[in-house]
Design a protein around this ligand. Sequence first.
Ligand code: SAM
Length: 255
Amino acid sequence: MGRRLGQHFLTDRQALRHILDAVAPSRDDCLLEIGPGRGALTTHLLGHVARLDAVELDQALARTLQERFGSRLCCHNTDCLTFDYVALSRAYGRPLRIVGNLPYYLSSPLLFRLYGQIDHIEDIHVMLQRDFAERLAAQPGSRQYGRLSVMSAPCVQAHILFHVPPRSFAPPPKVASSFVRLIPLRCPPFPMDDPQRYAAVVARAFQQRRKTMRHTFKAFVDVDQLRACGIEPTQRPEELPPEAFARLANVADPL
Ligand code: SAM
């Protein structure tokens, strides 16, 4: 078994209890576990809900889980990066509650995929590499604030609930972990004309994190336009709140 598919299994009972308390599943929730592995969390979740869906890429693990838990579990043996979350939510007629302890190399692609289907999601509880979690929840001006924080801001509110040390997993990962709650934002927290332009502006700004905004965007806007967006020309991207990038994306088009 081991590290194939990022398989670090949770073995710490206290961490499992904390996760369960944080998720607080209720009987009629449409709960979806991503990467259930050997079922450490699955067992506990099934103690609370009438039925559980899971997405597990490893065929042998998926089969074992299905045999172990029978019809109360619907284990989809597929890739969580291509899984159709919208279809599952529509089948239930309700938004999904997503829970997962995933391989950390999937964190970014998975979250961005979920952001694209966020209207069909009630909440997300995930184990993440601690450094990634801190970048996700970071506020402007902090060392960790960057592209991930700004791209997440229009979609979710991120809360780091607790940290989990490597010894809680078998085999232990090389990095510390954090358990995070993401609450989808139903109304955009600030006006944004075009999400693709927002993404392009944010990517460009943070490619040159140490450069001033005037320098990075000189081909697209002049100093007066920057100021009209509430951005001082000498400011660096790490100092600006997400809404400043949204205002800039409404006038600058780096696509
Ligand atoms: N949740 C279990 C636990 O806490 O013990 C297992 C966690 S392990 C870090 C990650 C799990 O995700 C493994 O079971 C692995 O097979 C599965 N996995 C890896 N890549 C996946 C993917 N692309 N889609 C779905 N599951 C995946």
